[in-house]
Write a protein that binds this ligand. Structure first.
Ligand code: ADP
Ligand code: MG
Length: 729
């Protein structure tokens, strides 16, 4: 019996994993998090105040207080049965990393004790040599350290065989270069805070802090684990490199609002409960468009926390799925021909006075404040669309962008009819002076149209990579498996820079004698004119948009190696350096790491294709050919004329043709890889992997393999088919 048929049999006879009846969410929420409320209980006054000051105002915690805090955290963790702790960080590999240490230690005289001192809380030295550093460690010092990020609370991960205390940390080299996603993210958020507060102060002197907010929507597929585990491509690359389209795909669109299957539902309830314990405020769960595709979304949070929660969730989902004998696919394009996975990043900014800066306000003043941040966002996306594009570039996302129901690689902004009209009105006032009496402009009457505005937004924004959705922008082109820190670093950085320049321009008009509001209106108008070509309200999936975008001069870079160029332009260096987010060494290192990741991913996919072709596809095809030829020989021997085995001969011929092509193309692909491997310049090598390996061979080989799948006896086919993975659970 083939592994495939065994997996199918187990799937059909398998039993369900029972789940505890759903606990009340409020009863378990944050149970495994060292929240401020918990800190209040477990810390001394001094410790608590110091922690609070560090969270709220970024104040440094001194060593003595750190000892008190670490003791409090240990007491809490031990009360929950924790024995080990780890510095939890987000290296550039795209996953999370942990190195577990136990509280257990021996005193000088050999007495065993449990200990977790302030030094262990604040700093650790994982062996950094195996994490990507893009040559930084080679150039500088070979070691790095993790450092506590007090703004993200410690939490406890529960595994079946133990509990671990996780301390969120940044990961930096000894020479200070960041080696992870969190360090630059914190810097970008700080840059935004600074620029945004200054601009807010035009309108409200009481604003002292601006926090960027993020609400992600995570899409994923869930399939049977047994079936997934006998697909070497899913195991090794996260996507199916082969697989013929099933008779029924998503054409009926019956999955979207359908009911959630029992087994998946049990899994959801289970991972949600675990997420709630970790303080991840999940709110929605629903089916997505493709069969077996779902989405989870939380209530939005401050960006740093939201990013931690998203990486944690991806981890929790993957782990909990195993308990239900399910397999979660977070890849951007697990199955060809049907929708891929995205991770929409809903983003806005909030002041410490409680104002959402992207919510159209009710009074003229707040309207103008809204308009300022709204137009600055459009201007930022216009000026730095290449930087945003680079931030979402990956081998996996290349499969999705521009494919089925996915935004194109062209970055444009959707604002909705109503706001498009508002912008137009402001723009056409050229020559016309904005004067203080101009109530109409300052008021804009935005508030009266809000319901209309939201209606207008529900549907048509779906095809836009960057859409305004009523009180936030939604960056829809982010890869589902990506760490959303990368897109958030870029977005907050470009916003920080744009606001900074905005402030300069407004100030200089004020100096020349303009009244503040008038100066602001003038710069807003200028920005609208300068950035209007990035606005697009039509169908982003259409071919016409590609032509139109080209006419407008908007970049459309479909492949990662070239999209990444935008990370190291003079413009990008200035952007990131002047806002203290990356220095040029870090940028170049990151550029190199991304190229390296790209090359490796394509290389692995190519190898997996070769492996599957030679060890699965061709053997299955040959077995069936043997059956057919034996049959033909027997019929011939029995004296039947050829007209009676023409079908068999025809199938045999077709199989031979496809099989020969698969074999020779796989062989040629190996040669192409050898040539690419000899290229020393990493960018040229990545481009070669894209054009000479991926683009030249992947689709072609797949085409013939998928033809074989249609021709070969189902009983001989060893790989689970799309119809099985997508519809059985
Ligand atoms: P829709 O996708 O239909 O607009 P919601 O309005 O509920 O649905 O929002 C979707 C996501 O946007 C949720 O994750 C939500 O938390 C997030 N979101 C809502 N408001 C904000 C905000 N001000 N900042 C960041 N994210 C937000
Ligand atoms: Mg949405």
């Amino acid at each position: 019996m083939s592994l495939r048929s065994e997996a199918l049999k187990n799937l059909i006879t398998g039993t369900e994993t029972p789940v505890d009846s759903s606990p009340k969410i409020t009863a378990i929420f944050g149970e495994n998090v060292f929240t401020l409320a918990t800190a209040r209980k477990f810390l001394s006054d001094e410790g608590y105040k110091s922690l609070l000051a560090s969270i709220k105002g970024g104040k440094k915690i001194d060593r003595a207080v750190a000892n008190q805090i670490s003791n409090g955290i240990r007491a809490w963790a031990e009360s929950k049965g924790v024995t080990h702790f780890t510095h939890w960080f987000q290296p550039l590999t795209g996953t999370t990393a942990e190195k577990h240490d136990s509280f257990f230690t021996l005193k000088g005289d050999g007495t065993p004790i449990e200990e977790f001192d302030g030094a262990a809380l604040i700093q650790q030295e994982p062996d950094a040599s195996s994490f990507p550093s893009g040559g930084i460690r080679a150039t500088f010092e070979a070691r790095g350290y993790t450092a506590w990020d007090p703004s993200s609370p410690a939490f406890i991960i529960e595994m079946s065989n133990g509990k671990t205390l996780c301390i969120p940390t940044i990961f930096v080299s000894y020479t200070g270069e960041s080696l992870d996603y969190k360090a630059p993210l914190l810097k970008a958020l700080e840059a935004l805070n600074k620029s945004a507060v200054e601009v807010c102060n035009y309108f409200d002197k009481n604003v002292t802090k601006v926090t960027a907010t993020l609400g992600w929507e995570q899409e994923y597929f869930v399939i049977d684990e047994g079936l997934a585990s006998v697909r070497p491509d899913l195991v090794q690359t996260g996507r199916t490199v082969f697989g013929a389209a099933p008779a029924k795909g998503q054409q009926l669109e019956d999955h979207y609002f359908g009911s959630i299957p029992e087994r998946v539902y049990a899994f959801m309830r289970d991972f949600e409960a675990e997420s709630y314990r970790l303080g991840i405020p999940l709110r929605t769960r629903h089916n997505e468009v493709a069969p077996s595709q779902f989405e989870a979304a939380p209530i939005f949070e401050e960006v740093n926390i939201a990013v931690d929660h998203n990486t944690l969730l991806m981890d929790v989902m993957t782990r909990v799925a195993k308990r239900h004998k399910l397999h979660v696919l977070l890849h951007e394009k697990p199955f060809a021909g049907i929708n891929g996975n995205g991770k929409h990043n809903n983003w806005s900014m909030a002041t410490d006075t409680g104002v959402n800066l992207l919510a159209p306000g009710k009074t003229p003043k707040t309207n103008l404040m809204f308009l300022t941040f709204f137009v600055n966002t459009i201007k930022a996306v216009h000026d730095y669309s290449d930087v945003l594009r680079a931030a979402i570039a990956s081998a996996a996302n290349d499969h999705r962008l521009g494919a089925n129901e996915a935004p194109p690689a062209i970055i444009s902004v959707f604002v909705g009819q109503y706001l498009a009209k508002v912008l137009e009105d402001i723009e056409t006032r050229v020559g016309d002076k904005f004067d203080e009496q101009d109530e109409a402009i300052l008021k804009l009457d935005l508030h009266r149209s809000i319901p209309e505005l939201l209606l207008d937004n529900t549907d048509r924004n779906r095809t836009s990579p960057f859409a305004f959705t009523g009180n936030k922008f939604e960056f829809r082109a982010v890869g589902s498996s990506a760490n959303c820190a990368n897109s958030m670093i870029a977005l907050n950085a470009i916003m920080a820079e744009t606001l900074k320049n905005f402030k300069k321009e407004v100030d200089s008009l004020i100096e020349k004698g303009d009244k503040k509001e008038i100066a602001i209106m003038h710069v807003i108008q200028k920005y609208i004119v300068e950035s209007k070509k990035v606005l697009f309200e039509g169908d982003g999936y259409s071919q016409e948009w590609h032509h139109e975008a080209e006419r407008r001069g908007l970049p459309n870079i479909p492949t990662t190696p070239l999209a990444l160029d935008a990370m190291v332009t003079e413009k990008a260096k200035h952007l990131f350096e002047s806002n203290n987010i990356y220095n040029h060494v870090e940028l170049e290192a990151r550029h190199e790491i991304e190229l390296e990741k790209y090359i490796k991913k394509v290389q692995i996919e190519a190898r997996v294709m070769g492996d599957l072709a030679l060890n699965h596809i061709i053997p299955s095809a040959v077995n069936y050919q043997n059956k057919l030829s034996a049959n033909i020989a027997a019929l011939k021997a029995a004296g039947l004329p050829e007209s009676h085995f023409k079908a068999q001969l025809d199938i045999l011929t077709q199989i031979s043709e496809h099989l020969q092509i698969v074999y020779t193309r796989v062989d040629a692909m190996v040669e192409a890889r050898k040539i690419a491997n000899n290229i020393s310049d990493i960018r040229t090598k990545a481009i070669a992997y894209e054009s000479q390996v991926k683009a030249t061979f992947f689709d072609e080989i797949r085409y013939h393999v998928d033809k074989l799948e249609h021709l070969v006896d189902d009983a001989e086919w060893t790989l689970p088919k799309y119809r099985e993975m997508l519809f059985l659970r």
